[in-house]
Design a protein around this ligand. Structure first.
Ligand SMILES: [Zn+2]
Length: 533
């Protein structure tokens, strides 16, 4: 009896090993077959020619918070009606986006994405390209990076993903199980273009449960980006996930609820075509250096600049350049986000590290060329938002001390300790010992001739710990996001401008001009004169 029990246990163990081996030999393909079955079977899935969906979408942005490391900003509540023709490999998405951040506004636009090109009809961003501004009605061709990112995100949630994987077994390989929140999922990797999707399966049902990519985030470095699929419904014999939650490093940043799914509804072919003028010369999907998180999340808040060079409009601007604002003072302009370089006797001070380490590398090499390799001793961050700090690592790697406002030091310590092996612009090194200076209200650097200062503007409605910079001998200040110097002033102070005027007064400084983290430069007197109006 005992022997029989042992023999059974051994044979069970062997069969487990055999199953495991089969799974290894199959390269995880048995998980894919099971998913295809669970979704209705290969025949039912193969009959899907078109998919039409209506959905509501809510998005949150973690790195535009009021407090560094604090609660995410609720960005927008949107609706989207989409239509996909499987054979044409084309999807049209008609969006109505209602933003709450950075300012309440709505954008109504359509995206058409094919295998070869992408097109946007209407205005989809405050950061418009030259082509969008010059087109009547407004429209533009998608950049190759946006096209690649949009294609990846459409595939991630495609009800036909498992079928596609089953038809491309050479691109499927087994992956280690992944445990998320105590649940262990069997997983496979699916290589498509230059991306790998890790598809995790529900151990009970066999359905795809999560689809993960390993992305680079300009603040947090290496991150996971998952869609969590749920609330499966059967449509025309096919199981479709009607709930899609997106998690960035485990935090939900997007929720999509499908309110209607139709299969094989007729879609007029012209709705899925990129119009001729926008197809000519349209960039192909980018295969390299696609800043997925930047592209996806700048759209969350409606400020994405649709360009193959994320720092500036590659087809409408000559690129970044230095503009001298005074002796030894250079404004880095030409893109959507600016820095200020200030020369001291033996070193440089730089204000803000926008967007990416690509932009930082540009600024560092321009600064080193101009100022005979003087080191950047201080990088002063006006505030913690991702678009003005995403290039912090290049400065840290170059030996700069980070100067940052009150309440943000713990955030920057964690950020600089985070691994960033997927950063396309900077090789990985340990930045965790980067010196960080916290500014309670005032910071200064002096060399006996020139004094550079930074002042915390408190309170202000934009970000806790926000600072302005000041070059005393030039009476030149630097401001980001609470004022954009250059465009016409409003008739009255808004809360952000009022905070700036009050902050300047409190600092006891007498700026003649401001240079901006956005915009250009402007005299301060007309702004100060708005007080009391
Ligand atoms: Zn900001």
């Amino acid at each position: 009896m005992k022997r029989a029990a042992t023999r059974l246990a051994v044979s069970l163990a062997i069969s487990v090993v055999v199953v495991a081996c089969a799974s290894m030999q199959g390269g995880g393909r048995d998980h894919v077959s099971r998913a295809v079955q669970a979704q209705g079977g290969a025949d039912a899935l193969a009959k899907v020619k078109t998919i039409s969906e209506k959905a509501t979408v809510r998005q949150w942005e973690p790195e535009q918070s009021a407090v560094a490391g604090g609660e995410m900003r609720f960005a927008n509540e949107s609706s989207v009606v989409s239509a996909t023709d499987i054979a044409a490999r084309a999807t049209r998405s008609d969006w109505v986006r209602n933003y709450q951040y950075p300012a309440p506004r709505s954008f109504t636009y359509s995206e058409v994405v094919t295998a070869e090109a992408g097109y946007v009809a209407g205005i989809d961003s405050n950061g418009r390209t030259k082509q969008s501004q010059e087109s009547n009605p407004p429209a533009h061709t998608m950049s190759g990076v946006r096209l690649a990112a949009t294609q990846r995100e459409l595939l991630r949630v495609s009800p036909l993903l498992a079928l596609e994987m089953s038809r491309n077994p050479d691109r499927v390989s087994s992956a280690p199980d992944v445990t998320v929140s105590g649940v262990t999922y069997p997983a496979v990797d699916y290589r498509v273009a230059t991306q790998t999707l890790t598809v995790m399966f529900d151990p009970a049902t066999g359905l795809p449960a999560r689809v993960r990519t390993l992305d680079y985030d300009n603040v947090w470095g290496d991150v996971t980006y998952d869609v969590v699929l749920g609330e499966w419904q059967v449509v025309e014999g096919v199981r479709v996930a009607t709930s899609r939650k997106y998690e960035l490093n485990g935090r939900t940043v997007m929720e999509t609820k499908l309110t209607e799914v139709k299969i094989n509804e007729t879609i007029a072919p012209e709705r899925l075509q990129v119009p001729g003028p926008y197809l000519t010369g349209a960039p192909k999907p980018a295969t390299d250096r696609v800043p997925y998180q930047w592209i996806i999340r700048r759209q969350f808040i409606g400020v994405y600049l649709d360009s193959d060079v994320p720092s500036y409009d590659a087809r409408g601007s000559a690129g970044l350049r230095l503009v001298q604002l005074g002796p030894g003072v250079q404004h880095v302009v030409g893109g959507s986000h600016n820095s200020l370089i200030v020369e001291m006797k033996d070193y440089l001070v730089v204000f803000d590290a926008p967007i990416s380490d690509w932009q930082s590398n540009w600024t560092l090499s321009a600064a080193h060329a101009k100022y005979l390799k003087k080191p950047v001793k201080y990088l002063v961050l006006t505030h913690h938002h991702m678009d003005h700090t995403g290039g912090i690592r290049a400065y840290a790697a170059d030996g700069a001390t980070i100067v940052t406002g009150k309440g943000t030091v713990e955030h920057w310590k964690r950020v600089l300790a985070a691994p960033y092996t997927r950063n396309p612009d900077l090789s990985s090194q340990d930045l965790s010992r980067t010196p960080i200076v916290e500014v309670a209200d005032k910071w200064m650097a002096t060399d006996g001739q020139r004094q550079v200062e930074a002042y915390v503007i408190a309170p202000n409605p934009h970000a806790e710990g926000l600072m302005i910079g000041y070059v005393v001998d030039q009476r030149l200040a630097f401001v980001t996001d609470i004022w954009t110097p250059g465009p016409p002033l409003p008739d009255k102070l808004n809360p952000a401008l009022a905070a700036l005027v009050a902050g300047v007064k409190k600092a006891g400084i007498q700026p003649a001009k401001f240079a901006g983290g956005h915009g250009s430069t402007a005299d301060y007197a007309p702004l100060a004169a708005l007080e009391g109006k």
